[in-house]
Design a protein around this ligand. Structure first.
Ligand SMILES: [Zn+2]
Length: 120
């Protein structure tokens, strides 16, 4: 059995990033979404000629994640763990896997909200 998240992971948060200075007299509201994602990478110490080559073939799971080249939320990784029955977060493709999760922070301004904040 593996440890699963006691709480639901928080994958994204939205913060008020409005300009509060005089440069923004209309108090236009700006919201920024900050998301934490993970990309599936080789461990740094794996030599190039051992990265899914003839003598060092990757597992199907690792091949698939590498070929998709996308990023995953912690929730996505927990879902994979639940399906596969072990912690993909801790062990990636399994015991002695030569891959790792690398954190990526993505910030995105949400589309112009039209709300005006009344001055206090
Ligand atoms: Zn692997």
């Amino acid at each position: 059995m593996f440890n699963i998240f006691k709480k639901k992971p928080i994958d994204s948060i939205q913060v008020d990033s409005s300009d509060m200075s005089q440069n923004n007299p209309d108090r236009k509201v700006e919201i920024t979404e900050i998301s934490i994602r993970y990309s599936y990478e080789w461990k740094e110490d794996v030599p190039m000629d051992e990265r899914d080559t003839e003598n060092f073939e990757s597992r199907p799971f690792c091949k698939m994640l590498n070929s998709l080249g996308r990023v995953y939320s912690r929730s996505d990784i927990e879902t994979m763990s639940a399906r596969l029955g072990y912690s993909v977060w801790d062990r990636c493709g399994g015991l002695d896997c030569r891959h790792r999760w690398v954190r990526v922070v993505i910030t995105k301004k949400l589309k112009e909200p039209t709300i005006l904040v009344s001055p206090r």
